[in-house]
Write a protein that binds this ligand. Structure first.
Ligand code: GLN
Length: 453
């Protein structure tokens, strides 16, 4: 079948099914069919690459030229991006077909996809439950087979956590591996784009397209991109796995802990050795992250002022009124909370007590990982402490929501790569196994994940 036929089939599926899940904010039918027709010409001319004609979806945090890029905010509901994010450009150049833009938490702030201006996205495994967040739309769309793959972004778990809660595979690469250019900034020292797919092999194929140096991103890593599919079939004999004891204690669902231990047993059968390790500052990742991320967000989001683009209030009486009402009306409650916390933490007299302290903890967390990763090849544990929770269950309690990020935040603070892969179900809902590796060890993570799948 042709790319046009494949694309039409997916578009029809989205139309028929997505009323249940709300995983897409925009469906780009015309663009998709145009790209598919161009791909079919390339295929006919014998000039096709791996991605030519394959449909994908982009999280609505990635700028797409000529298409609304909303970041799930009223602030950007009217924003048609004049340029493409590097990630989007790369997929276009590879011949991929853009089906649309997926739902997410507003400005990627959240763990449940409930803060979206376009309404919550629902978990395809149980539509009373959240799909996780912030890349909830990408996870739900892949899980419900509305797209074969999607892009996501991960500042504190936003690829891995929704992947876990929707039973798919998600990879957060090393900080700097994938360009952030055109990916709307939340917390610039933590943000990283990555693939959300059914399998590790698909994630490797996606990362082959996404990774690489970009001179338009000042923190992009200037190093070669390997073929991420090259090591997938390598045997795992002698693989050293570390299990951090802090990932199996505290407020964690007992079945998830047992499920994870059972998965580790499978790795032993595949030739791996397992030992207990310690990441003693794990619990501090929550307060440190929830200072650093809001601090950076308060600065990044100062650009939305109602002047240049985005939402503008009606009939402002003066400039201050324009700023106040545009921001007051354009941002939702969670975004406002982050801006307030961040601005407070950065303010004179509080900076040393909060922001500096958080940066010191960040260093300790990184050092913990460096030490452990000098003794083992990968670290494993659950991606989340609980399976998907009910829509509305935690939305009025921000701290309870933040606690769900306990196993994912520390990686972003350290800049390390991590993956979540499906690891069975608990009470009919999927759970994720998290695999963490050293800087730029994506190939190793993909190898380990592929052998398990
Ligand atoms: N849940 C975390 C937060 O709300 C992480 C979000 C993300 O990774 N974008 O900040």
């Amino acid at each position: 079948f042709s790319s046009v036929e494949l694309t039409q089939a997916y578009l029809a599926r989205i139309k028929a099914e997505d009323t249940k899940y709300n995983s897409f904010i925009s469906v780009t039918d015309d663009l998709a069919l145009e790209q598919a027709a161009a791909a079919d010409s390339l295929i006919a001319a014998g000039d096709a690459g791996t991605f030519t004609g394959l449909p994908i979806a982009h999280k609505d945090i990635f700028c797409t030229q000529g298409v609304r890029t909303s970041c799930a905010s009223k602030m950007l509901d009217n924003f048609i991006s004049p340029y493409n994010a590097t990630v989007v450009d790369k997929f276009n150049q590879a011949g991929a077909v853009t089906l649309g833009k997926t739902n997410m938490d507003e400005f990627a702030m959240g763990s449940s996809n409930e803060s979206s201006f376009y309404g919550p996205c629902k978990n395809p495994w149980n539509t009373d439950c959240v799909p996780g967040g912030s890349s909830g739309g990408s996870a739900a769309a892949v899980s419900a087979q509305l797209t074969p793959a999607a892009t996501g972004s991960d500042t504190g778990g936003s690829i891995r956590q929704p992947a876990a809660l929707c039973g798919i595979t998600g990879l957060k690469p090393t900080y700097g591996r994938v360009s952030r250019y055109g990916m709307i900034a939340f917390a610039s020292s933590l943000d990283q784009g990555g693939p959300m797919t059914k399998t590790a092999e698909d994630a490797a194929l996606m990362l082959n397209v996404m990774a690489g140096f970009d001179k338009r991103d000042s923190t992009s890593a200037d190093r070669d991109v390997p073929d991420y599919t090259a090591d997938l079939t390598k045997p795992l004999d002698g693989l050293r796995i570390g299990l951090p004891k802090e990932f199996f204690s505290g407020d964690i669902n007992a079945d998830i802990a047992a499920q994870t231990q059972a998965a580790i047993k499978e790795f032993e059968k595949l030739g791996a050795t397992v030992k207990e390790v310690s990441l003693p500052n794990t619990a501090l990742s929550i307060p440190a992250y929830y200072i650093i991320a809001p601090a950076e967000a308060s600065s990044n989001l100062s650009r939305f002022d109602g002047v240049r683009y985005g939402y503008r209030c009606e009939d402002p009486v003066d400039l201050e009124d324009l700023y106040k009402r545009s921001r007051g009306e354009g941002f939702g409650p969670e975004v406002k909370r982050r801006i307030l916390v961040g601005a407070y933490a950065l303010s004179e007299g509080f900076y040393d007590a909060y922001y500096n302290k958080a940066q010191q903890i960040r260093r300790l967390i990184r050092d913990d990982f460096t030490k452990v990763l000098s003794e083992v090849d990968v670290i494993m544990g659950p991606t989340t402490p609980h399976p998907a929770f009910k829509i509305g269950e935690k939305s009025s309690d921000p701290v309870a929501m933040y606690m769900e990020d306990i196993f994912t935040l520390s990686l972003n603070l350290a800049g390390l790569p991590g993956m979540s892969i499906p690891c069975g179900t608990v009470d009919g809902l999927p759970t994720g196994l998290q695999i963490i590796g050293d800087y730029f060890a994506e190939q190793k993570l993909l190898n380990v994940a592929h052998q398990f799948q």
